[in-house]
Design a protein around this ligand. Structure first.
Ligand SMILES: [Zn+2]
Ligand SMILES: [Zn+2]
Length: 392
């Protein structure tokens, strides 16, 4: 166990990769230079990278000894945000920045690639490293990765996200539901417009819309078991142009988050029924779009426990999350294909000022966390291989 030793050079290497990407961010589905750079870096390590899902990359590290096929995934996209950090490696692209830490995710995966190449004799079976595009934008790059067939025959997949909510030297995770599903809706209420003084001649879409907003909240408060988590937020309600005109239409947009597919389905069914019936009751009609975003991210219990043990065995603090979070991740799709596990890697540091949350224009993280991420994944792999040897 633990033959693969992390050295100070690994931090240096991960930092270089991270800073290069941080200077040169690209948004979802447009990661052209990012994937070129990843291909070049893999090449320097003596690994052959291949294009995947448009602007993604993957590489396979194959051992002489047969064994499990394990995939590890990093997302590679940046966000349309103007960075406000004054650092030597700040984004050089106006309005685009790595403020979700995906530059760090690539650095961890590249560090892992370097380690697996160096200790190739210890590898069992196959490790597939996936540099996935477009996590930040629906439908999410994971869908295309799965569609490419790359995961056929894969026994398990690992993933992680940097967070400044935890200090460096800590990871957090839980088995079962870890992150929420997203749905997004847009409802156009079609009424009949007219003069504000003659409501009896009109069908007022604003009145219908306000009834909808209230009724939708009752789906959560009356239709969902109070011990289950669910959120429905109407984030946009647009109608009308003047004080004395009843408009023709009103458009309402919102998001729904749940932690179980059962609750997700139930809310969707109630939403569609209620919306149609209420509109009908007022003599209006509705154009409804109700789109599925990412599903609930479910962590496989066995692999989750192995990741936790891997952290502890390296004196990395483990925080067992009592509850899931209502954020979402397209990594969730991988859990539908094979056992999957995802953890949060602490990268916060109050003294160094790494306290800003993901997506903030001031987001930055402690690079000392990068080799910690490599170590956790490496030890997890070693433990999965050890289990395989035991069962052989
Ligand atoms: Zn993000
Ligand atoms: Zn992210």
């Amino acid at each position: 166990m633990n033959k693969m030793k992390i050295t100070p050079e690994l931090l240096q290497y991960c930092r270089e990769v991270r800073r290069h990407l941080h200077r040169n961010p690209e948004i979802s589905f447009e990661e052209e230079k990012t994937s070129e750079y990843i291909l070049e870096e893999l090449n320097k390590l003596g690994l052959q990278g291949k294009r995947l899902a448009g602007t993604g990359v993957y590489t396979v590290i194959e051992a002489d000894q047969p064994g499990p096929v394990i995939a590890v995934r990093a997302d590679i996209d940046a966000l349309p945000v103007q960075e406000k950090n004054d650092v030597s490696y700040a984004s050089t692209v106006p309005g685009v920045a790595h403020v979700c830490g995906h530059d760090g995710h690539v650095a961890v995966l590249m560090g892992l690639a370097a380690m697996l190449k160096k200790y190739n004799n210890d590898v069992l079976g196959k490790v597939i490293l996936i540099f996935q595009p477009a996590e930040e934008l629906l439908p999410g790059g994971a869908v295309s990765v799965i569609g490419s067939g790359l995961l056929e025959g894969v026994d398990s997949i690992l993933g992680m996200h940097l967070t400044t909510l935890l200090p460096t030297g800590t990871i957090s995770l839980r088995s079962g539901s870890l992150m929420a599903s997203i749905n997004e809706f847009c409802v156009k209420v079609i009424g009949r417009g007219g003069h504000g003084s003659r409501p009896h001649d009109c069908i007022d879409p604003i009145i219908v819309g306000t009834q909808l907003v209230n009724a939708w909240q009752s789906i959560i408060s009356r239709g969902v078991n109070p011990l289950e988590a669910a959120v429905l937020t109407v984030g946009s309600f647009n109608a009308g142009t003047a004080a004395n005109i009843i408009p023709e239409t009103a458009v309402l947009k919102g998001t729904v988050r749940t932690l179980s597919e059962k609750v997700r389905e139930r809310i969707k069914n109630n939403f569609l029924k209620l919306t149609e019936e209420i509109c009908k009751a007022y003599g209006a009609s509705a154009d409804i779009s109700y789109e599925n975003g990412y599903p609930v991210l479910i962590n496989d219990e066995r692999i989750t426990n192995i990741i936790g043990d891997a952290a502890i065995s390296n004196s990395i603090k483990l925080f067992n999350m009592p509850r899931p979070v209502m954020g979402s991740e397209d990594f969730a799709y991988y859990g539908h294909v094979c056992p999957a596990a995802y953890f949060f890697l602490g990268a916060g540091n109050v003294e160094k000022g790494y306290v800003h949350p993901n997506h903030s224009p001031y987001f930055n993280f402690d690079e000392e966390s990068l080799p910690v991420g490599v170590q956790v994944i490496l030890t997890t792999l070693e433990r999965l291989w050890a289990e395989e040897r035991k069962n052989a």
